[in-house]
Design a protein. Structure first.
Length: 144
């Protein structure tokens, strides 16, 4: 196997798919999707920025539709135990990384708070720190 294929195989799935928060495939037609969707379970975006934009949209839906406005409520919906996730670990890790309490309301009007939340979730999903510039570009795409 050549070095490029080895490097790609060692890259977390969410980053290979440019879908850092591992948004599952549905019938939704997201902006920024790759023309070909080769992963049967998760969306594949043209860049991580488009994947982050989609995450911001999902979080807005969680807040508006389900009242998920704290780390605990968000993560219980995003990564439920029923899907084989260690939801409690995920909640604790995101709380530590953001500096917020698990039941503290996340200020969705504050770009820094939202970008920190998404970067922390990406870190849990992929095991490596998010690139701040990509998160920022995702926020800019989300803002329109």
């Amino acid at each position: 196997m050549n070095a490029m294929k080895t490097e790609q195989k060692n890259t977390p799935r969410g980053l290979r798919n440019n879908n850092p928060l591992n948004i599952r495939r549905t019938a939704d037609l997201w902006q920024g999707l790759r023309k070909e969707q080769k992963d049967p379970e998760f969306f594949q975006f043209k860049s991580n920025a488009w994947g982050y934009r989609a995450a911001f949209v999902v979080l807005r839906t969680y807040r508006n539709r389900y009242g998920a406005n704290t780390i605990e409520r968000i993560v219980k919906r995003w990564a439920p135990e029923g899907d084989g996730n260690d939801t409690e670990y995920y909640i604790r890790k995101v709380a530590v990384l953001t500096g917020l309490e698990r039941n503290q309301i996340v200020n969705d009007q504050d770009p820094k708070s939202m970008m920190n939340l998404v970067a922390a979730m990406s870190r849990v999903e992929n095991g490596v720190p998010a690139r701040p510039g990509e998160v920022y570009m995702g926020w800019k795409l989300y803002q329109g």
